[in-house]
Design a protein around this ligand. Structure first.
Ligand code: NAG
Ligand code: NAG
Ligand code: NAG
Ligand code: NAG
Ligand code: NAG
Ligand code: NAG
Ligand code: NAG
Length: 551
């Protein structure tokens, strides 16, 4: 073991020395930055073979001109916590961004703030969604009550909706307005700036639309597009994903399936349609990216601008009997990251796992801004440019994602390293873990945790050096109860009526009294506390080693 440690250190030092120079921008030639962040874009569509199913010309252009990450993950597969990680550069258990309602304080220092302080002209438009206090009441109550042992359908069943005709390009008008505003800002403001600029454009697509027939508080279960975008999809390439038998599903996955109203029967045609419509929505997103790139090109700014494209999470689009996100399966947790521009090598594919917290240090490096302490992420600059920034710690090669929100009835932790995806829950004792060999089983249908107990043990140890996850789960249990109680008390006599009319109203009203009783019992129950053993560093090290070989 000691010999191995020595070899790793030598490799590391060699690796760092080989590229020991910085990007060394002078203040005049610091690049502009434009970041487009979509909502619910499955990262696997940005490279082969996933990219065969739909035409995404601008994403393909970025891949050819710049770097594409083949294993980029969200740090939490839901809108607000994911964005909190991206904007803060910190894991969500550090910022306590537990759900769509509880994220960052408005005064949190984002990388955009730091660019602004270092002389960049900064501008953000469209969807931001990283601060606390937003999203629907249903959404937060569903998150707080996920420990209550009842099973209620919360979402509408996923459906498709074809609008317009073969010439209808602008389906998601709100996003197109944001795109137009971004183009105008580039044409009128960016061109005449004396200093470098950073522009953030947040889109809603390809997030499914609200299902209006289910009322004003319904969730988004409508996949809507026009024939124009549907024509960009190669229908014969649209797969119908294999599902496990219901009785073989992991209990937490089944809870997701049921609460997302997907436990009923779906025909093959229905599933293929939902997937095709989702891909068509991705094509519309790609064309918004195209408008922004065209504006940069036409104003002559493109070759002085680093462009990034990413997303907060993906969409399962009926994989694993689910739509939406809130899951560690690839469709939900694997997001795109493409980077092109000055200093970025072209045609580069990076397979080392990385995640959204890495964007913060990467952007600061690109802009030549010093890194603050306490970041969870690592700069991706060494991977995309072949140079490394002095004193920067290399990326460890693992990714942490965690989830504490609605539609999953246990806090979930995912560690992605080498070929493995290890998923563990709650206190690490009461719910069985899942382990997938992604090199062999890319559709994640074969949980091999019981076949590889040593691997699970090693990965669990590594995970616990990153996060004391049983304690985090405990903190979330307490937060959920306390927040729910405060909310309940704030409602006074109207509590029964309000809770009966949330998104789950159809199921709730079948037996309102017993569901209220389940909640009372949950509120009275005492929290479970488990002790856990400290870890030895040498066992952690066994896992690290293969990664360094991969470098
Ligand atoms: C950085 O740039 C300065 C001025 O252009 C130059 O003197 C210095 O050698 C450069 N450093 C590196 C490491 O390239
Ligand atoms: C943000 O404000 C809160 C109080 O509202 C304060 O406790 C916290 O320190 C502030 N954080 C920053 C980064 O300024
Ligand atoms: C679940 O889906 C069915 C079928 O579309 C629908 O009638 C029902 O309202 C949905 N339930 C909820 C809670 O949205
Ligand atoms: C988009 O902009 C158009 C024209 O300015 C406006 O009429 C429309 O209401 C906007 N749509 C949305 C959804 O913001
Ligand atoms: C989660 O929900 C599933 C489905 O109802 C149930 O089997 C399982 O016991 C629940 N797990 C926890 C930890 O509550
Ligand atoms: C960018 O392109 C313009 C012409 O389109 C050219 O004049 C300029 O030198 C280029 N700048 C860089 C940094 O390549
Ligand atoms: C994971 O799958 C790959 C591809 O089939 C295989 O080469 C590798 O040995 C597997 N890993 C383990 C530990 O079985």
């Amino acid at each position: 073991r000691n010999m191995l440690l020595f070899r790793v250190l030598v490799l590391l030092i060699l690796h760092m020395n080989a590229h020991c120079m910085s990007l060394n921008w002078t203040s005049r030639d610091r690049p502009n930055l434009v970041m487009l962040m979509s909502d619910a874009f499955d990262g696997r569509l940005t490279f082969s073979p996933g990219n065969k199913v739909v035409q995404l010309p601008y994403i393909n252009y970025m891949r050819g001109m710049g770097a594409v990450f083949l294993n980029l993950y969200t740090n939490s597969p839901i809108c607000c916590p994911s964005r909190a990680a991206m904007w803060s550069g910190q894991f969500i258990h550090l910022t306590q961004a537990w759900n769509n309602y509880k994220c960052l304080e408005p005064n949190a220092t984002t990388w955009m703030d730091r660019l602004g302080k270092s002389g960049y002209h900064t501008h953000s438009m469209g969807k931001l969604d990283y601060t606390s206090g937003h999203h629907s009441v249903s959404n937060r109550v569903e998150a707080w009550t996920r420990d209550v042992p009842f099973l209620l359908r919360q979402e509408g069943r996923p459906v498709t909706d074809l609008v317009g005709d073969a010439s209808t390009k602008r389906v998601m008008t709100k996003d197109w307005n944001v795109t137009d505003a971004a183009v105008q800002w580039i044409q009128h403001t960016a061109v005449s700036l004396a200093q470098p600029f950073a522009l953030y454009v947040g889109l809603n697509l390809p997030h499914p639309y609200r299902t209006d027939s289910l009322g004003p508080t319904a969730g988004g279960s409508t996949f809507r597009t026009s024939p124009y975008w549907l024509n960009k999809v190669s229908y014969d390439q649209v797969s119908v994903p294999k599902w496990l038998q219901v009785e073989d599903m992991h209990p937490v996955d089944y809870y997701s399936t049921f609460t997302k109203n997907c436990s009923g029967h779906f025909t093959k045609e229905e599933i293929r349609n939902i997937r095709a419509f989702y891909y068509a929505m991705c094509a519309e997103t790609d064309s918004m990216l195209g408008e922004v790139m065209a504006a940069l090109r036409d104003t002559g700014l493109l070759n002085r601008t680093v462009v990034l494209f990413t997303s907060d999470h993906g969409d399962l689009a009926m994989e694993h009997r689910q739509f939406y996100k809130m899951s560690m399966f690839e469709g939900s947790s694997h997001v795109p990251l493409l980077i092109m521009g000055p200093g970025v090598k072209s045609g580069f594919e990076i397979s080392l796992p990385a995640s959204l917290v890495d964007i913060y240090p990467t952007v600061l490096d690109l802009a030549g801004v010093p890194q603050p302490g306490g970041l969870s992420g690592h700069s991706l600059i060494p991977m995309i440019s072949g140079v490394s920034v002095q004193s920067a710690e290399p990326h460890p090669g693992w990714v942490l994602s965690e989830y504490h929100g609605c539609n999953a009835n246990a806090s979930t932790y995912m560690l992605r390293i080498a070929e493995w995806k290890y998923i563990t829950y709650a206190d690490g004792l009461t719910i069985p873990p899942q382990l997938f060999n992604l090199s062999k089983d890319e559709s994640e249908l074969k949980n091999v945790a019981s076949h590889f107990p040593d691997v699970c043990q090693d990965l669990d140890k590594l995970l616990r050096t990153i996060v004391d996850y049983p304690s985090v789960s405990q903190a979330v249990h307490s937060y959920n109860k306390q927040q729910f109680l405060e909310w309940k008390q704030s409602l006074g006599d109207s509590y029964s009526q309000v809770i009966a009319n949330l998104r789950w109203h159809i199921d709730w009203q079948k037996d309102a009294k017993s569901y209220e009783r389940d909640i009372e019992e949950w509120l009275l129950g005492s929290p479970q506390i488990h002790s856990h053993k400290p870890l030895s560093p040498s066992s952690v090290f066994r896992i690290f080693f293969p990664i360094f070989r991969a470098w």
